[in-house]
Design a protein around this ligand. Structure first.
Ligand SMILES: [Zn+2]
Length: 203
């Protein structure tokens, strides 16, 4: 969807290129297939001959530290970085840059995405729409607003089967970060989502 109006009014000056990059944002509930979608998208770019690089946050050590991994076990090579700025330092000449679990990188991801698209890079960011308390999970809403393409992936609500934008925590929570596997969350629609009972930490 969404050809954003600003994308067509870039001012091209001396030294600029006209190959402004694009931003695709994939967001939804846990278990909605965001990483699955992203891996398929990256494989298409690779088979088209593009230099592709995927990043994940060092805090995300579920399953496998050096790959994007789906809950079903499909995997794609990934570079682990401690913060958003390091993505700029490590992306070299990649033409397609993917960032999984973008919410781990917080607001610092926004200027990094802007810089990459300015350089002409195709950027993909996947992340969770709402946190365990039902709050928009920054910076995903801001990135979705900036996106040239927004892809929403929602698993069926575990109670009623309707599309589920929310992720209900089913086990005790250790940090504000939503780190967990298939057993820790259930996708839930707005009618069946119950915010996590403990008060949220400040972000
Ligand atoms: Zn429901």
């Amino acid at each position: 969807m969404l050809a954003k109006s600003w994308a067509s009014c870039t001012i091209v000056g001396v030294g600029d290129t006209d190959s402004k990059g694009t931003l695709e944002v994939i967001h939804g509930s846990m278990l909605g297939g965001k990483t699955e979608y992203m891996i398929a998208r990256l494989r298409r770019e690779e088979s088209a001959g593009k230099r592709v690089l995927a990043f994940k946050h060092t805090i995300d050590d579920r399953y496998d530290a050096d790959h994007l991994v789906t809950h079903r076990g499909d995997r794609f090579d990934a570079v682990r970085v401690p913060d958003a700025y390091t993505i700029l330092q490590r992306c070299a000449d990649a033409e397609v840059v993917a960032v999984d679990e973008g919410h781990f990188f917080k607001a610092a991801l926004i200027p990094v995405v802007n810089e990459l698209t300015r350089r002409g890079v195709t950027v993909l960011v996947a992340g969770i729409t709402f946190d365990s308390w039902g709050r928009p999970f920054d910076p995903m809403p801001q990135l979705a607003e900036m996106a040239d393409e927004e892809i929403i992936r929602q698993a069926p609500c575990r109670v009623c089967g309707e599309p589920a934008p929310f992720s209900q925590r089913m086990t005790p929570i250790a940090t504000e970060f939503m780190i967990g596997g298939a057993d820790d969350y259930e996708p839930r629609c707005a009618d069946h989502f119950v915010p996590f009972s403990e008060p949220p930490e400040e972000r």
